[in-house]
Write a protein that binds this ligand. Structure first.
Ligand code: MN
Ligand code: MN
Length: 316
């Protein structure tokens, strides 16, 4: 038998500009892997700043933020909550990926060896991580349950997003019990409120809170999003973001930039955009467009209601 290498370390990491799912699923999955392994150490890391929402969640359940990883060269990885190189930590080598656990469209990472790749069309990576705990018969620790439950509430906008499935609801409900969250809706509101204390931030910080780049056949584009329960706050954020996007457009090195200002309670979004042909793309993708800003009723999910529509136009 081959001898086991002791003390091998593997990094579990989410995407750049990490959201609550990317941080909490990394922590939760690293804990599960550690529970199932004796000779390998799994360490959750993060590929960017902890958002105010995530900081609230970590604080609430008494968990430290994962270590920041600026460059992934030389490390071995498990990716959670993303599978596109353009969203991964800088310096990541594709052949250093051992596993991917995700709930997004498959975005073109190529490997030379087979890897464990688990992608499910659910509302949150944390839901898949929860299922993996169930499958391996490992009990979810109280604090981890709190993190995973928060991630599900965050990604599904407390079950309001069209990406939300029964699996997400089941997982969040079970996890809430373990975590001691008595009223999920009240907790979610507290969390969103902590996360949307955005007016103190400058335009750049707001822009990068949740920003992702995508590649299509015809163009490279970036899509950012902020969510809030406060219309007035969104209106003020828009006033900061429009000039910021105009001034910095060239620095982003994309053909088009889109930004969604999502009102969680109204279940609608305003879409701001800039770039060559962005206006035509928006008009084609969403069939209606006003001057430079589009109001999208019923649209809250970038993943399900924005990216596929943009891709459909830009991949033609
Ligand atoms: Mn995410
Ligand atoms: Mn996610």
């Amino acid at each position: 038998m081959e001898e086991l290498t002791l003390n091998q370390t593997i990094t579990v990491i989410g995407h750049k500009n990490p959201d609550t799912d990317s941080i909490c699923s990394a922590i939760g999955y690293a804990a599960l892997k550690n529970a199932n392994s004796s000779n390998t150490q799994y360490i959750a890391k993060r590929a960017g700043k902890v958002s105010p929402e995530t900081a609230f969640v970590l604080d609430r359940f008494g968990v430290n933020a994962p270590e920041l990883l600026e460059n992934g060269a030389g490390e071995t990885f498990i990716l959670v909550d993303h599978n596109e190189a353009s969203q991964a930590v800088d310096g990541l080598e594709l052949d250093s990926i051992l596993e991917i656990i995700d709930h997004h469209k498959i975005g073109g990472i190529k490997t030379t060896e087979p890897i464990y790749f688990r992608n499910q069309p659910v509302g949150c990576t944390a839901t898949i991580v929860y299922q993996m705990y169930q499958e391996s018969g490992v009990e979810v620790e109280k604090s981890i349950a709190g993190l995973l439950c928060s991630a599900i509430l965050s990604d599904t906008l407390a079950f309001r997003s069209p990406t939300c499935t029964d699996f997400d609801k089941e997982a969040a409900t079970s996890l809430a019990k373990v975590a001691g969250i008595s009223d999920v809706e009240t907790y979610a509101r507290e969390m969103f409120k902590a996360g949307s204390d955005l007016l103190t931030k400058d335009a750049k910080e707001i822009f990068y809170l949740d920003f992702k780049k995508f590649e299509s056949k015809k163009a490279t584009f970036g899509v950012g999003q902020v969510t809030s329960m406060d219309q007035e706050e969104l209106a003020q954020l828009k006033e900061k973001l429009v000039p910021y996007m105009q001034e910095t457009f060239k620095e982003h090195e994309v053909d088009m930039l889109f930004f969604l200002l999502t009102d969680i309670l109204e279940e609608s979004s305003e879409l701001i955009y800039i770039g060559d042909h962005a206006k035509e793309v928006v008009a084609q993708a969403f069939t209606s467009s006003r001057e430079d800003i589009t109001y999208l009723k019923g649209v809250v999910s970038r993943k399900k209601q924005i990216i596929p529509q943009l891709m459909a136009v830009l991949d033609k």
